[in-house]
Design a protein around this ligand. Sequence first.
Ligand SMILES: [Ca+2]
Length: 482
Amino acid sequence: MGRRCHFALITSMFHRYQGLVSHRDGTMYWWIEIPGDGGQLRFKSNTSPQSILLAATPHLVKDEWVHMAFSHDAAAKHGVACLNGQEKIAGSWSLPTGNFATYRTGIGVVNCADGLGTFNGALDEVMIFQSPLTAAEVQDAMDGFDEPVATQPNPADGKTYVPADVTLGWTSNGVSPMHNVYLGTSFDGLARVAQGLTETTFQPAEPLEYGTTHFWRIDEVNGAPDNTVFAGDVWIFTTEPFSYPIAGVTATASSYAAGMGPEKAVDGSGLTGDLHSNDNTHMCLTSPSGSQPAWIQFQFDKVYKLDQMWVWNSNQGVEPFVGFGVKDVAIEYSPDGETWRALAGVPEFTQAAGTNNYAHSTAVDFGGVEAKYVKLTVNSNWGMLKQYGLSEVRFLYVPVQARLPQPAVAATGVSLSDLDRRHDDSGDRLDCRVHERPVRRADHPARGRPVDALGVQQRQDAPLLPGRTVLGHAPELDGQRS
Ligand SMILES: [Ca+2]
């Protein structure tokens, strides 16, 4: 069902009267109808003073959707009838005098008391506003109508590097007293994680998964009697990664072949979107005449709490035949270059295929040890020659101090802009967010929001003036009598 209102599809013109909306229980108060000869619009009251606003020229076509609006200014005793947003007739029109507050409002009928004047066709949506609309407001209503949903998500929609222990926040629609929270890791995988909240914040019981895009939604919930739920937009944010790459790593080696120094393993050479080339000049390789065992040592600008080391092994085109790639290696680490400890559980380094666009094929887990220096001593490679190569290594560290201050301050040494740039450069999965999201208009005036939902056809309601705002929808109604 669309968000447009007042749309009607008339499937038959052969009935004497067809009611669109009425406030009449036997005694006539006011109603909107299509009179007997069809194609006309009529806004009418029959109790003194009788008032009829009739667009006499046939305007309606069978089986064609139209938008109809009737507006009444009680103070000016003036009525306007619009068809598809265009004024068709305007003139004097008054509500009858008396008390009609107990009368029911009907949709798709002229008389709620006996069902007289059933509408033959379909009504997409019916709205009654509490004040007379201008022509511009009628056209605005035709274009669509905002539901009173939650807004201003925090974290902002699309935000990245959100702390895993985030507290979600939003702005209520100003009407609904309760809020339900839905959260998940896919657009279609939302699960309700909180219900009936009266506050506009929520912190998940457990920290969220690191480096993951999360989807969430707030439903605004009315209390009794209508208990209407206004399902909100789906928003997204991405949590910070568990660990971050260390920048500015320097390297030294036991030896190196010409043009293939150890710096080639830490300078990003040959990497495009985390995929390495098979160009020799983008890799390091020890000299055939160098001392043995071969080693390569890495140094950081300070001590880090190490999470992982990613390895792009030697990846020359001849690798499958020559096997320069490191295979068995011992790793030691040190916080000061003097006290060294051996890293346990070092895996065998996987051999590369020697082809372009090579993703790192080995990850060494450091388990959070603190180090400023890491040394690899090579025990064997994937071939027979005493030369050992690497394409690239990347060290990932776990932040141990506040790193996402709000507002950001330079003193932390980690700027958001740096993080964002690195994030973009890596082209990793966090930027791959493609999904459909409902689009809402945010500029619609708050006036005339529907706060009360009708059922299908008839219910008791307050009179139009001083009116309440009601929103209703009638499915196709079969004409059973004329
Ligand atoms: Ca490289």
